[in-house]
Design a protein around this ligand. Structure first.
Ligand code: NDP
Ligand code: GDR
Length: 371
């Protein structure tokens, strides 16, 4: 008998990689997607199966983390062995604009899943993975951050996720549900949302190299993140639910890098060296050298400026994770390093932008979004 998994947030970056991973393991995978006025299934379209096909193993259902009755009904129908709760309003900066919605979807949404399990009497059948985050650590208390490091959330997103973290622990202790938090540090990929900083950078570098855009704007270049590859991290989500005992786990690479250095590395992929000048709001990056004859970028050209519009009211300055518990007890280690990750993202975005270049040459207008 195949195991049955339910993934909330199936249309997101992690939902897509996790679906692929579980399907390869022989699971029947159910995913919850939101109704949207435009198609929002780009990342999982390659997994789609026509409802008329026989022997399907991938099923999509409409739903929303703010709708308890919908979640209860779906869990009752699906009777999952494992639930991966990945759905969330996941953008830290946007959470300052939509704090109440973020609390509802990210905080109470987790409670709704846990309560559904209790109401349906599935406490001893269904295991739950909660997508917790290194944002919980917020203002630096200890480095590197590990399972015992105190939390100090610095955004409405992180505060909502803190509720979700503790309600998961509480339902494990109170009702014996196999419920775990994966405290995951930033993880990226070619299908990362376009407004997270890594993808914003790899897209902009590709456009600039191909002459589709002159320059781009970022916020805090000094912030430091522990960036891993989403593929490594979804593998760990599954491993967490196969462990003997339900526990909470830190997943990271143990290496931290500034946003500025990420920019440098992405430009060096296309043979462009940068010279950063000024500081704070006045910092800019100019082209120091262009070593690839394919790209005609003049030396001295300003291709990046800081725009304080991207600063957050409260920032998380430094994240670096200690994953030694996961390594020791579960044998998990990341397979990708930052340089592999950037290469893969750059290769993918260069391909994407080459298509846009082709469209532009055919007279189609190409819009640059600066969000
Ligand atoms: P994405 O933003 O790529 O995906 C989020 C998913 O949640 C999307 O499928 C989105 O749907 C869905 N969603 C949002 N709001 C709702 C709602 N109200 N009801 C139902 N579905 C909803 O995030 P990631 O894949 O990067 O992250 C997955 C989870 O892991 C998130 O909970 C995130 O907070 C957490 N996390 C992520 C980290 C990272 O670095 N990527 C690190 C640590 C934690 P739609 O496609 O329609 O927008
Ligand atoms: P983060 O990711 O907030 O860490 O949350 P993001 O990529 O948005 O920001 C990382 C750092 O880069 C700085 N930054 C900018 N960020 C964005 N988005 N846009 C910019 O222009 C820009 N300029 C500088 C930010 O200030 C920040 O310091 C991600 C999300 O996936 C969360 O859901 C997840 O929980 C955490 O990672 C771990």
């Amino acid at each position: 008998m195949s195991k049955v998994a339910l993934i909330t947030g199936v249309t997101g970056q992690d939902g897509a990689y996790l679906s692929e991973f579980l399907l390869k393991k022989g699971y029947l995978v159910h995913g919850i997607k939101r109704r949207s006025s435009l198609f929002n299934t780009d990342r999982i379209d390659h997994l789609y199966q026509d409802p008329h096909e026989e022997n399907r193993n991938f099923f999509l259902h409409y739903g929303d983390m703010t709708d308890s009755t919908n979640l209860i009904r779906l869990i009752q129908e699906i009777q999952p062995d494992e639930i991966y709760n990945l759905a969330a309003m996941s953008h830290v900066h946007v959470s300052f604009e939509t704090p109440e919605y973020t609390a509802n979807a990210d905080g109470l949404g987790t409670l709704r899943i846990l309560e559904a399990i209790r109401l349906l009497g599935l406490e001893s059948k269904t295991k739950i993975y909660q997508a917790s985050t290194s944002e919980l650590y917020g203002k630096v208390q200890e480095v590197p951050q590990k399972e015992t490091t105190p939390f100090y959330p610095r955004s409405p997103y992180a505060v909502a996720k803190m509720y979700a973290y503790w309600i998961t622990v509480n339902y494990r202790e109170a009702y014996g549900i196999y419920a775990c938090n994966g405290v995951l540090f930033n993880h990226e990929s070619p299908i990362r949302g376009e407004t997270f900083v890594t993808r914003k950078i790899t897209r902009a570098v590709s456009k600039i190299a191909l002459g589709l855009q002159d320059k781009f704007y970022l916020g805090n270049l000094d912030s430091k993140r522990d960036w891993g590859h989403a593929k490594d991290y979804v593998r760990m989500m599954w491993m967490i639910l196969q462990a003997e005992k339900a526990e909470d786990w830190v997943i990271a690479t143990g290496i931290t890098t500034t946003v500025r250095d990420f920019v440098r590395m992405a430009f060096s992929y296309v043979g462009i060296e940068l010279d950063f000048q000024g500081d704070g709001e006045n910092e800019v990056a100019l082209v120091k050298a262009c070593n690839n004859p394919e790209y005609q970028i003049p030396i001295g050209k300003e291709i990046l400026s800081v725009d304080p519009k991207y600063y957050r009211p409260t920032e998380v300055d430094l994240l670096i994770g200690d994953y030694s518990k996961a390594k020791k007890k579960l044998g998990w280690e990341p397979k990708y390093d930052l340089s592999d990750l950037i290469d893969e993202m750059m290769e993918s975005d260069l391909k994407l932008m080459t298509k846009q270049q082709f469209l532009k040459s055919g007279g189609y207008e190409i819009k640059n979004y600066y969000e």
